[in-house]
Structure formats: C-alpha cells, structure tokens
Design a protein around this ligand. Structure first.
Ligand code: AMP
Ligand code: MG
Length: 513
C-alpha cells in the first residue's frame, strides 16, 4: 500500500497543542491532539476492501501492511491525531467530546486529485477518550465494516470501510450494561471519508466562543468540501448552512428509502457533509414500524425511532444553526432555512415514495394513499423491503393473500387479508393513472427498492462465525451487499426467521461497542 502518500493537511491549519498534558479534557484553543496508537503485538487480518484501496490511491495490500491497518510501526510521514468536538446527546448538551476511539492517520490524494481521510477505529485511547479505553470489539467492528459498505452500494451517502483486523487483544465489555462484564475480542476498522467533520466540531468552537477558529474551520470546510459555494462574507456561511440542510435532508430521505435506523442521532454523530457516520446500534428495518428503535438506551423515549429521523435531523440542524450564528448573524435567515428544511424534506420524501411505488409523479390523492399504506404496513407487520419486492412482481393473476402472507410477521386473519386486498386494488387503480409505461414504472421501482438489505440477524450470524474462525458468511455477505438491487442469494432475501425475534444483537442493540 502507498502509505507514504498519507499527509496531515488538517493539523497544519489548526491549533493543536496537547504535548504538555495529554490527558487534559477541556481544550480551549485546541482543535486536535497528536497521539500514538496503542500498538498491537498479534494483529490478524479479517477483511480488506481492495476496490476501495485502489480507488482512494492506497493501492494493493501486501502482508507487511497489516501493521499499518492496526496502527503499528507507522512511517515518519504519518503523525496520527484525534480531533475535539462537542455535541447534544439525546437532546441535552454534553459539552466536550472528541475522537475517543478513532484516530486519524491523515489524508491521501488519488491520481484524479480526490482526497480521502483515513481513520482507525479501536486503535487506542486518545485525550478525548474520557474514562473509556479507545478500543472496539469484534461485533461492533464487523457491523461498521459491512454496513458502511452496504450503504455505499445502496447509493446512500456514507463513510466507507477499508479493513477489518483482530488486534489480538481482549477487551472487557458489559454489553447490556447489566453488571455482566465479559472479555470480547478486540478489532480495528479503518474507515475513510472525504471528511469526518461533524456538527459537533462547530458546536465546540462556538460554545467556547472561539469565533476566529470557528470561522477558519468553516472556511476550511467550504474550501475543501463545498467547492460549489462561491459567495463571500456572511452570504458564504449562509450558503454553507443551506447546503448542509439540503445534504442532510437528502440523507434522511435515503435512510427512509432503504429502511435504515441510525439509532444514535446525536449531533456529534452528524456529518457536515451529509454522510452516514458512526455505525453503532443501527438497524435495517425488518417489519415496517415508525416507532422502531434498535438502541436499547433509546427505548424509553424512542427519540431516534425510524419515523422520527427527519424531525430529529431538523432539531440537530437547529443546534448547528446556533453554532454558526456568530458567523451568520441573521436569526430570521436561520429560522426560515430550518422551516424550509421541513418543506423540502417532505416534498422529496413523497417523491421518493412515488419511486418506490412506481408512480411517475405525485398526484393530489397520493398523500392519503401513503398514509393508508403506512397504517396497513404497521398493522399487518409487513416486511418493508420484501413488501416492495412483492409489489414489483404483482400481476393480474397474483393470489394477493398467498403472496403477502409470506412477508408478514403476523398470522393474517380474514379481516386483515380484506384490508390488504383493498389496498392492492387501490394501488392497481392508482398505477393505471401513470403516464409512463408499465416497464418504465417497473424500472423506477427496481432502482428504488433493494432486494438485499443487511439485516441484523445476518450480521449476528456472521459475527458468530468470525468469532469461531469462519469466513463463509462474511464472504457471501460481502458479495451480496455489493449488488443490493439483485437477488444473489435467495436465502438472504427472506424475512427474519422467528428464532431471532428476541435475541440481543438481532432486534435490539446497546451502545456498548
Ligand atoms: P458514540 O455513541 O459511539 O458516538 O460515542 C460517543 C462518544 O464516546 C464519542 O466521543 C466517542 O469517541 C466516545 N467513545 C465511545 N466508545 C469509546 C471507547 N471505547 N473508548 C473511548 N471513547 C469512546
Ligand atoms: Mg460517535
């Protein structure tokens, strides 16, 4: 791998002086701290993403590169660092946080000039680790490695994953926070993104009233990641905020399209580039449920439930608006932009649903149709993904009851089957109003509706297998997730088996990782 091509432009631009007190937590005037990864004596490679490595300019993997993949024996051109950020967690100001178990190696530029940041996750503690160990366990590392790639191939904006390796070390975790700590295998993922900057980076500088550095960070972000912004003065920061709102709305709609629930939408987990970031207790949704949250910590309030993600994104953008206010200084603009987010979100959300249903354009009764559909999905506990796959295959001869029974998690009685039949009749009537051909409509549906999603139970099986030294499931899932709009392995395009209903790690997950 071309590790010698990694450099650290970010640290050249910002104040970062931590050498005197590496464990200091409150860091006025400090944006990053340079550090050394923990180092692991017996690393072992589990998976490497060759295509991504080539794409970003890191080239081919050789055995000697394993050290780099876990942060060992780094060459002189790499000066690892961790950044400081803050955030609102579960609706409350959490103060200073920071890269607690992620360490940045720097940035690499590929032959076409595209820049990519490279980050280890689980490679050791940083000054922002607070009381935690900076390590990551196998299960959460496999989940991040596979899901971020699955999202990429679903065409959802996301950070990506380059490698997954055992550290050879064991880590203590109390998975359900119930007083049962256990030793688990440690692992390191290398993840990549154009940038890992979060809302929280701006919130920290604003809260500390370091407006000069705040402005520099905004300028840096705009210059490097928002080349489309050409304005200056206050307008430049207005355009910046507006662009973040648009990208975030787009991201939320994509999450709704594929049925992704992030689970911890704290502002420190919100990317200013509109990427899915920090894969923790997330889940793809099996049965359609607007109230579904995979995160056990979120169960009391269901703040981060599937159906609330648009609203929460808007709340998070509100916090970002507050943080950027010293640069924008225009409350009315910020308020109007946040209100526009709502309008923009719903308009595009409905357009997205039209694509899933194969409707050529939004018609006046469609909103009512969508509301009825949601109620039906929820009541009949229909599988979100498989429902649309069945809809694609619907023909005048389809036995509706038989067809949709297969994708419900409930036994469907006559009353429920009657509701289903009525809905399908309404759907067929609506689709007959399309101005495009049946083929055109089907093409649209096939593009919007995945045939393979990385369900939690599949990840669970894969993690069990890797813990025991196997890789068959890992290889199959890697292949399937690269082609999510095709059905490569029919057994993966079925609903969750009942035996997984109440297994921790399949229906619910904790933040412990
Ligand atoms: P998360 O919920 O994963 O987004 O993490 C919230 C904050 O806790 C972030 O600042 C993380 O860096 C930090 N954190 C989580 N787990 C660990 C860990 N094992 N070691 C150090 N910091 C951690
Ligand atoms: Mg996080």
């Amino acid at each position: 791998m071309n590790i010698e091509r990694i450099s650290q432009p970010f640290t050249k631009k910002f104040p970062g002086d931590f050498s005197n007190n590496p464990m200091q937590r409150n860091t006025p005037k400090v944006v990053f701290a340079t550090i050394s990864p923990a180092g692991f004596d017996h690393p072992e490679l589990i998976a490497f993403n060759e295509a991504l490595s080539e794409e970003i300019g890191l080239g081919k993997y050789e055995e000697k590169d394993l050290n780099f993949l876990v942060g060992n024996d780094l060459p002189g051109n790499i000066q690892p660092y961790a950044t400081a950020y803050a955030g609102h967690q579960f609706g409350n100001w959490a103060g200073q946080l920071g890269d607690g178990r992620t360490i940045l190696a720097g940035e690499i530029t590929n032959e076409s000039g595209k820049k990519t940041e490279i980050q280890w996750k689980g490679a050791g503690a940083t000054p922002y680790s607070r009381h935690a160990d900076g390590r990551a366990v196998l299960r959460s590392s496999v989940r991040e490695y596979l899901m971020s790639e699955a999202m990429y191939h679903l065409r959802v904006p996301t950070t990506r994953a380059l490698s997954l390796a055992f550290t050879g070390e064991e880590v203590v975790r109390d998975m359900m926070y119930n007083g049962n700590p256990q030793l688990e295998k440690g692992a390191v993922v290398i993840r990549t993104a154009e940038s890992f900057l979060r809302f929280g980076h701006f919130e920290l500088l604003s809260a500390q009233r370091e407006y000069k550095t705040l402005q520099e960070l905004a300028d840096f972000t705009i210059e490097n990641y928002y080349p489309e912004i050409t304005s200056s003065g206050q307008q430049k920061y207005k355009d910046f905020f507006e662009n973040i709102c648009t990208r975030t709305a787009h991201l939320m709609i994509e999450w709704f399209r594929v049925g992704f629930v992030h689970g911890v939408m704290n502002t420190d987990n919100m990317s200013v580039l509109g990427l899915t970031i920090d894969y923790g207790p997330y889940s793809m949704m099996d049965e359609y449920d607007l109230n579904f949250t995979p995160n056990t910590t979120d169960l009391p309030g269901r703040r981060y439930a599937f159906g609330k993600q648009g609203q929460i994104a808007q709340w998070n953008l509100w916090q970002l608006a507050n943080a950027l206010h010293p640069l924008i200084k225009d409350e009315k603009f910020l308020e109007d932009t946040l209100n526009l987010f709502g309008t923009y979100f719903w308009e595009n959300h409905d357009k997205m649903l039209c694509q899933k249903f194969g409707f050529d354009q939004l018609q006046k009764d469609d909103e009512e149709f969508f509301t009825n559909w949601q109620a039906l999905m929820q009541e009949l506990q229909l599988d979100y993904t498989l429902f649309f796959n069945k809809l694609e295959k619907l023909s005048p001869d389809t036995d509706v009851a038989e067809c949709f029974k297969q994708v419900s998690y409930l036994p469907l009685d006559q009353e429920k089957l009657g509701k289903l039949q009525n809905f399908i009749t309404a759907y067929q009537k609506r689709i007959s109003l399309n101005l495009i051909s049946g083929e055109g409509s089907l093409r649209m549906m096939r593009k919007a509706n995945p045939k393979f999603i990385l369900r939690n139970y599949l990840l669970y099986e894969c993690i069990e297998e890797i813990s025991q030294g196997g890789t068959e499931m890992l290889n199959k899932l890697t292949k399937a997730l690269k082609n999510p709009y095709e059905e490569i392995y029919p057994e993966f395009s079925a609903k969750r088996p009942a035996s997984y209903d109440d297994i921790t790690g399949c229906s619910t997950l904790s933040c412990s990782s």
